[in-house]
Design a protein around this ligand. Structure first.
Ligand SMILES: *Cc1c(COP(=O)(O)O)cnc(C)c1O
Length: 454
């Protein structure tokens, strides 16, 4: 058997040429988006005022298994892909575990996360359609950063509504976006009607992704030549992110490695969905079996404590309804430090896979997550994003279980990004001032009360 290197790099020629649409292999398809006015499934024409045409086609297609990646996007991917699959030899040694741990590292680009994989695709289709620009929301700032990079590449205008708490906590992310030419507005703002309404109802709110989405959608639909783009949750985003899983699979296959457990953090579900799609496809077709674990914060536990129902994707209730695991569109999570995981709902694809027991989910508390982040950083070198560290936590826990049982399991997890812009969070942890917040059933009930009764 070939010795497995610390980093498994692929050749440029081994970059996937197509994205894989896992819905094509799902027996139980994710439920369609519903028009909030008519409660009928949304068709192409319904979505046109909000989204780019080509992206709507991808969103609505649950039968075509592969989509060609356009050459311009492939060329952009070549600037920072293929991304390495790393064998965590040093972490294994530190844990003294017989488990074999691998991670797929997506932090090798200026935006510092996997979000660029979809940002460049969405900007490309907007440009191809002849649009002037796009609007979006950003939570922690990774998506806004990725989109501003993608828009500057194609010469598109980029308007970002940034969740207020992040706008204040993460001035550097804000400035990276501005450096790439984006305009950045803290949300909720008085620039939009929905923002003004939210400000009036919840004065002093630190904002949420749901609010920022409502503002960005309003900004896009009230201007000629603009569309709204979203960095997670949607099926099209998950589709673009399958480049992660396809590369990981090629790298594993090269060395005849078969994972037992695949782990990823889950905010809106795009990185996890992208990582696991090719493996879930094998599972669905009866070709292989894997344990797949979604990891979410205990402070925003949509899969583990949410309801599987139709809900609005945003707080302002201007977006379509999606059937998903949700905490309610009015749920405002505590200001925990994994900004990218503070969304009330979950991708409808992952929600259906979870409902069908093809994937598992666990939730973890913030301090345990940072324990894992620091342990990982000290032995593997890379400073992980707080979001990614949720996956690290469970990978370490599973590896420690192997130590107890003596099993040599192979674990693969997604390391979605770097934590350079999260030093406020690390500072809290290092100074012992980090706390855990787990919503009570009463807190959750308030969020559930905002779910529409259909
Ligand atoms: C946005 C983000 C996430 C969570 O988003 P998903 O759509 O669930 O993947 C995870 N990690 C990082 C670094 C992020 O920026």
């Amino acid at each position: 058997m070939k010795e497995i290197p610390y980093k498994i790099y692929l050749e440029e020629s081994e970059l996937p040429k197509q994205w894989y649409n896992v819905r094509a292999d799902m027996k139980n398809k994710p439920a369609p988006l519903l028009n909030p006015a008519t409660l009928k499934p949304m068709g192409f024409e319904d979505l046109r005022p909000v989204f780019c045409d080509e992206l709507i086609k991808q969103e609505l297609d649950d039968t075509t298994p592969y989509f060609d990646i356009p050459e311009e996007i492939l060329n952009f991917y070549k600037m920072y892909r293929p991304a390495p699959l790393v064998r965590a030899y040093f972490l294994e040694k530190a844990l003294d575990t017989p488990a074999k741990i691998y991670y797929k590292f997506e932090g090798n680009n200026t935006s510092g996360s996997h979000k660029l994989n979809s940002a460049i695709a969405q900007a490309y289709y907007a440009k191809k359609q002849g649009l002037k620009g796009v609007t979006t929301e950003t939570g922690a700032g990774q998506w806004g950063t990725a989109l501003s990079m993608a828009c500057s590449y194609f010469g598109l205008d980029c308007e970002v509504y940034m969740v207020k708490v992040s706008y204040e906590q993460k001035p550097f992310r804000r400035e990276v976006m501005k450096t790439y030419g984006a305009s950045v507005t803290p949300s909720p703002s008085d620039k939009t009607a929905v923002g003004r309404k939210i400000l009036k109802e919840y004065p002093g709110t630190s904002g949420s992704l749901g609010c920022a989405i409502s503002e960005a959608v309003e900004a896009a639909t009230s201007k000629e030549g603009y569309r709204y783009v979203l960095g997670s949750v949607l099926s099209q985003v998950l589709l673009h992110q399958t480049v992660i899983g396809l590369e990981a699979k090629t790298a594993l296959d090269k060395y005849h490695i078969k994972p037992d457990i695949i782990i990823g953090c889950a905010g809106g579900g795009s990185n996890l969905g992208g990582l696991i799609s090719p493996f879930v496809g094998e599972k669905l077709r009866g070709e292989a079996d894997y344990r797949i674990i979604a990891v979410e914060p205990a402070s925003c536990p949509s899969l583990t404590r949410g309801k599987y129902v139709y809900d609005f994707c945003d707080t302002g209730m201007v977006c379509p309804l999606a059937k998903m695991y949700t905490l309610g569109n009015g749920f405002i999570p505590s200001a925990n430090h994994a900004g990218g995981l503070r969304y009330h709902g979950m991708s409808s694809i992952l929600s259906q896979l979870y409902e069908d027991k093809l994937i598992e989910a666990v939730s973890v508390e913030q301090t345990q997550v940072f324990d894992a982040a620091v342990q990982f950083a000290r032995v593997e070198g890379t400073l992980p994003a707080p979001e990614s560290s949720h996956a690290i936590r469970i990978a370490i826990d599973e590896a420690l279980r192997c130590k107890e049982t003596g099993e040599e399991k192979t674990i693969v997890f997604g390391l979605t990004g770097t934590g350079y812009f999260d030093m406020v969070a690390y500072e809290k942890y290092n100074s012992g001032n980090m706390s855990d917040y787990i919503p009570t059933d009463e807190d959750l009930a308030k969020g559930f009360a905002t779910i529409p009764q259909l």
